[in-house]
Structure formats: C-alpha cells, structure tokens
Ligand binder design. Structure first.
Ligand SMILES: O=c1[nH]cnc2c1ncn2[C@@H]1O[C@H](CO)[C@@H](O)[C@H]1O
Ligand SMILES: [Zn+2]
Length: 333
C-alpha cells in the first residue's frame, strides 16, 4: 500500500499526542506523581481511545494524561526524542512534529520557552541518532484563550529559527479563528508558514477564516470542506493542502464512519490531500494503518494512494531541493 520507491512523510503529527504509555508510567514513578491507574494495563484505556469518543473535546481529554507527567524540561526532552525514534521505526523519511508548549508546561508550571528548548534539543538529537529529517510546528492551544496563546507564541518566538510553522489547535467551536488574527500576523512576520486545524468541529466558514484571516497554506482535517463546492475549488486552485487524518476523524466523531471520509472526494476535486496520523499514541495507530484504512475502508486505488504519498512531499514545509533529496533517497533504496 505504501510505495517504497516514494518518500513516506507524516506532516500532521502531535508529539504531545504521541507519548508512549510506558513513558507516562515511568515518568509518573520517577517524579512521584499519582495516576488514576494501578498498572500500565489499567493506564492504557485512559490514555488511548477505545473505538471512539463522543466528540473532539472528549478525544482531547485523552491527551491530558501524557502531558500531566511532564514534570521538568528533561521529561519534555525525552518525549521529543522518543517521538523521533517512533517516527523512524514507522518508516518515515520525513516528519513534521507539532506541539503546544503552553499545554506541556501548564501542569507543572514550567517556563514555556524552556519547554520549547527541550523539544528542539530532543528532536535534534533524535535526528542525529535515528537518521530522519524533521521540522517542528508550534501550536497555539486555542482552548486556553487569547492571553495564554500570547504567552505560548512568545515562548515559540524565543526559538524562532527552530520552528517552521504555526498551527492553531484545540477547541475550534469555542475559540474561532477571528480572535487569533494578531497572533498569526506576528507568526507570518516571523517568516513562519501557517497551518490551522479547521473544518473538524466547525463548518466550512472556519476553513475560509483560517485561510483569509490567519494566512493558512495548509488545513488540518478540513473535513467540512466537503459541504462547500466553491471552497473545494479554491483549495484545489490555490494548492492549499488538506492534512487528512481518517482514524482521528472517526474517533472524534467528525465523520460518522470511516468509509464516508471525504478523502476520495477531495482527491477527485483536485485537492492536494495528504495522509497523516494526528495523535498516533492516543489513537494507538501509525502511518501504515492510515494507508491501509485509506485503501481498504475508504476505497482509494493504489494509484490514488501513490498520489496521496506524493502530495505529502509537495505539501511539506521544505525547500524544492530538500524535496528532491527525499525523492532521490527513496528511489535509491
Ligand atoms: O485532532 C485534534 N484536533 C484539534 N486539536 C487537537 C487535535 N489533537 C490534538 N490537539 C490539540 O493540540 C495540542 C497538543 O498538540 C492540544 O491543544 C490538543 O488539544
Ligand atoms: Zn491535529
């Protein structure tokens, strides 16, 4: 299903939604933190999805266990480093890891910029040890409101050169794009690319807002675009990519069943759809699972899967020369 002669990338992957359960367990023990579980087996159903949740917010609550054990910057370093190892083990040639430093800092009152520094170092060491390319995307967690996002942005800007893009994630319905216009203006001024979670819990207007008000050149999920023909045409014409994450969309009840995911429809409309994992640790999946689902459940042909794989390269936040290096590397194996 995955073509070994093409690069394999994952460009929508939350590193704070991919904390190993064993690491959660070990960090809790190391820092004397209580978990509502007496064993690793009891922890699993708390921090991983069982089939599906009622809605996006119920899904997002599952991420809280992982970040609750980030007691110091070393713990943040560890999960970043392990994310690079996980990405390498799943066969990725290139990964864009996104993270919300305010969310990671919040439980233990860590300094936001220190969290960013630890993540930057963990990923850089992981790149050296596990031989895969990466870029980091900073997240503003909209759920905490505009003031917290101002702090979060400042922490990310303190390490501006190590961050490639800015994203907006969390409660899309409660905290819509228009209240973050100023944050994203600063991000664009810093030279960052923009991708925004939109059309996941809210409708097509949220996607228009992400593009027109925040400057998004990629859209996370974008499921609601299927209800707006003009928007689908616009995404195709402007080559604004959709970062599709089908299993996450099923688990958050964004789609009723995976077979009805609009991935195929988007491809037919000429949109550069990519295939990604979102929160692989919480969803208990990996990238090969998503390709299998796209083929067996959503019904993409082998040729369409190859198209999706290539779209990931096209939409990656890297230069044309770096894209060519990925293509050459894959062809040579
Ligand atoms: O599928 C998703 N939709 C919206 N927000 C998400 C999703 N997965 C994780 N986060 C949010 O991203 C930040 C951590 O990286 C947190 O704000 C978490 O709630
Ligand atoms: Zn996401």
């Amino acid at each position: 299903m995955i073509d070994p002669n093409l690069p394999l990338v994952d460009i929508h992957r939350h590193l704070d939604g991919n904390i190993r359960p064993l690491t959660i367990w070990e960090l809790a023990a190391q820092h004397n933190l209580a978990l509502p579980a007496n064993s690793l087996d009891e922890l699993l159903p708390l921090c991983q999805i069982q089939d599906k949740t009622a809605d996006l917010l119920a899904f997002l609550a599952k991420l809280d266990y992982g970040v609750s054990v980030l007691a110091n910057p070393d713990a943040c370093y560890r999960i970043a480093y392990e994310n690079m190892q996980d990405a390498s083990l799943s066969g990725l040639d290139y990964v864009e890891l996104r993270f919300s430093p305010y969310y990671m800092a919040q439980h233990h009152g860590l300094n936001v910029a220190d969290v960013v520094a630890a993540v930057v170092q963990g990923c850089a060491d992981g790149e050296r040890d596990f031989a895969l390319k990466y870029n980091l995307i900073g997240i503003l967690s909209r759920t905490f409101g505009t003031d917290a996002c101002t702090q979060e942005l400042a922490g990310l800007l303190a390490h501006k050169a190590h961050i490639t893009a800015l994203d907006l994630a969390g409660d899309e319905l409660g905290y819509p794009a228009p209240i973050f216009v100023e944050h994203f203006k600063q991000a664009r001024d810093a030279g960052w690319q923009i991708t925004v979670h939109a059309g996941e819990a809210d409708g097509p207007q949220s996607i228009w807002n992400a593009i027109e008000l925040l400057g998004a050149s990629r859209i996370g999920h974008g499921v609601a675009a299927q209800h707006d023909e003009r928007l689908m045409q616009y995404l195709a014409d402007q080559r604004i990519g959709i970062e599709a994450c089908p299993t996450s969309n099923y688990q958050t009840a964004t789609v009723i069943d995976t077979a009805n995911h609009p991935l195929k429809r988007f491809l037919q409309a000429g949109i550069e759809v990519t295939l990604n994992t979102d929160d692989p640790g919480v969803s208990a999946i990996d990238i090969s699972h998503e390709y299998r689902v796209a083929h067996e459940v959503i019904g993409l042909t082998v040729e369409q899967l190859r198209q999706v794989q290539m779209n990931g390269v096209h939409q990656a936040f890297i230069s044309a020369a770096e894209k060519q290096r990925l293509l050459d590397g894959a062809r040579a194996r």
